[in-house]
Ligand binder design. Sequence first.
Ligand SMILES: Cc1ncc(COP(=O)(O)O)c(C=O)c1O
Length: 361
Amino acid sequence: MNIPHRAGLENFPPYRQGKTPGGTNGLKAFKLSSNENPYPPLPSVIEAVTGAVSSINLYPEIAAGELTAAIAGRWGVSAENIALGAGSVEVASQIILAVTNPGDQVMFAWRSFEAYPLLATSAGATPQPIPLTADGGHDLAAMAAAVTPRTRLIFVCNPNNPTGAVLSAAAVEAFIQSVPADTLVVLDEAYVHFNRDADTAVGIDMFRKYPNVAVLHTFSKAYGLAGLRLGYAIAAPELVTNLRKVAVPFGVTSLAQTAGVASLQAENELQERIDILVQERRRLHEGLLEAGLPVQPSEANFLWLDSGDHTAALAALFEEKALSVRVFADEGIRITVGSPEANDRILDVARHAAALLAPLH
Ligand SMILES: Cc1ncc(COP(=O)(O)O)c(C=O)c1O
C-alpha cells in the first residue's frame, strides 16, 4: 500500500540525540553529549515517584493542579501563567502551533537549540535563522533588522545552546523594545540555573515588564529529570489558554507531575549540586584554556570548543577515550560538564590534543 506522505518530509532531518558512548579499551564510558545532569535523582524525588508508580493505570490529571500551583508559587505568578508540556521542547512546539499560521516565520539565532527549525517546519511555519556573532552570541541587531510582518515568534536562547554565550539584560530589553509589540519573544532559559553572569537578562523580569514575552523552563537540566519529560512556559494567560488547546492531551505524566512537585520542594539540595557543576565548569574551562584549546566562556552546563577545521580530529580523540561529546562537523564540539571523573578525562584528552593539533587558534 502506498500511503501518500506530507510533501517535503523526505528532506526533513529527524532530531539527533546525543551519542551514547561505547566503552573503549576497558575505560568507563561517559555521555557528555546531551547536557544531562550527571547526578542521579534525589532520594526524596525517587521516593515520591516510587510512591506514585502504583497509580499508573490511571490517566494523569490533565490540569496538573498541584504542580502548576507549585511552579506559579515558585515564581510569584498566577496558575493562569503556567503552561506545561512533555519537556520544554514540547512547550516550544505548543507555542509555535498556537502562534503561527502556515508560512509565518519563526526566528532564532543559529546555531542554537537544534529543535527550533525542526519544530517550526513541522508546524508548517518557516524557520528564520539569523547567524550568531563571531563569539557565539545572538546578533540581536541583525535579528531586529530581519523581523518581517510574518515574523510571529522569536526564540532567544539564554545561555545559548551550544555556545554557552549569555545576553545582557540591557541588550535583551532593547531588543524587545525594538520588535513589534505583537511579535512574541520567547526567552528559552533551559540552562538558567547555571548562569552566574551578573548582567544577564532574566526571563521572569522581562515577562513582568513586557506582555509579548514568554519564558521557557525545563526540569531536564538542573533538576535532573530529563527522562521524565517536564517543562513549562510562563506566559500571558491568553497565550497559556491556547497552549493548553494545542498540547498533546495527557502529555505530562503523573510521574512527571509528582517528580516536579518533589523537586521544587528539594531546591536547596539541588542547589548544592548545581553549585558543584558550576565549579566544575570553571575548572574545565580553565583547564581547556591552559591546554590551548579554543574554549568559549559559558554560563551553561556545557562548554563550546570553537574547533572549526580541527573538529573531526579532536572528536576522534574524545571518542578514543570513551567520551561522547556533541560534534558539529567543521564547526565545533559541545562538551557537557559531567562528574569530576569525566571532567578529569576531558582534561587529559585536551592536554594530549593540544600537542597533536597545534596550532588550534
Ligand atoms: C535551549 C534548550 N531548550 C530546550 C531544551 C529542551 O529540553 P527538554 O525538552 O528536555 O525540557 C533543550 C534541551 O537540550 C535546550 O538545550
